[in-house]
Design a protein around this ligand. Sequence first.
Ligand code: NAD
Length: 283
Amino acid sequence: MIIDGKQISAELKAEVAQRVAEAAAQYGRVPHLVVIRVGEDPASVVYVRNKAKACEACGIRNTTLVMDENTPEEVLLQKIAALNVDPGVDGILVQLPLPRQISEAKVIAAIDRAKDVDGFHPLNVAGLWQKTPHMAPCTPKGILKLLSAAGVDPKGKRAVVIGRSNIVGLPVAKMLLDANATVTLCHTRTVDLSSVTREAEILVVAAGRPRMITGDMVSEGVVIIDVGMDRDPDTGKLCGDVDFDSCAPKASAITPVPGGVGPMTIACLMENTLECFLQRVSN
Ligand code: NAD
C-alpha cells in the first residue's frame, strides 16, 4: 500500500478549514500566521510559498515577511519581539535555515512559546519530553498521523528511526515511544545499520541521504516512512532517503517522495496555527 500523503493532508486541511470557519463565526476573526523568510535560499522560497498557499486553502490569514540576506540578528529579534506582543498575530514561523550571522537557537527561543507553530521553542520541546502540554513539531506529528491513517498502530511494534536531528529524528522517536512502540534510534555512528533496519516493523528514515535504504535492508511487511527530501545526484530530481523501487515490493505500506511526509508537514502547520489561535482566544 502506498500511503497517500497528498490525499491524507488534503483531508486534514479540509478539516482545519471547517474548524477555522466555525472559529471565525464564534470569535469574529480568523487565525493569522506570520512567516518570516530571511534571504533568497531557493528551497526556502518554495517552502514559504507553499505555506502561504496552504493558509489560503484553510482560510487562515497569512503574512509573509521577506528580509534581506544581510539582515543583522538584532533586527530579526526586534521584529519577532514586536510580533510576540501583537494581539492580531497568532502564529510566528521563521523559515530555516538562516544566514550565518543569525543564531537559529536564539531566534527559536525568541518566539513566544504560545505563538510557536513549529513546536521548536525549548519549552515546547521540554513539554514533548516531559509529557506536559506543548505544541508538537509539524513533521513528526504528520508522520504519526500518516501511520494512523494507514491503520498502523505503533503499540508493541519494533520501530527504527534513522536520524537524530532536533527537528525530525529525536521528536519522532519520542512520539513513537509515547505511542508504545519499542524504538531504536540510529545515526552515523550506528554499526551495521542493515542489521538494525531488518528488525524494523516500522522504519522512519530521516537522514538526508538519497536512496540510502535499499530493498535488501528491510524485511517483508515493514511499514516505511520516508522523510528525506533529497536531490538525486544523477538527475537532480527530488527523491527520498529510501529507494522506493526496491523497498516497495517488500513493504506492507510505504510513503512516496514527493507526496508523502512533505504535504503532511504543511497540513500539521495549519492545524498548529489553528490550535495557537484557539488557545489565545480562549485565554
Ligand atoms: P539532519 O542533517 O539534521 O540530520 C540527519 C541525521 O541523519 C543525523 O542525525 C545523522 O546522524 C543521520 N544520518 C546521516 N547519514 C546517516 C547514515 N549514513 N546512517 C545513519 N544515520 C545517518 O537532517 P534533518 O533536518 O533531520 O532532515 C533529514 C531529511 O529529512 C532531509 O532530507 C530533510 O530535507 C528531510 N526533511 C523533510 C521534511 C518534510 O517535511 N518532509 C521536514 C524536515 C526534514
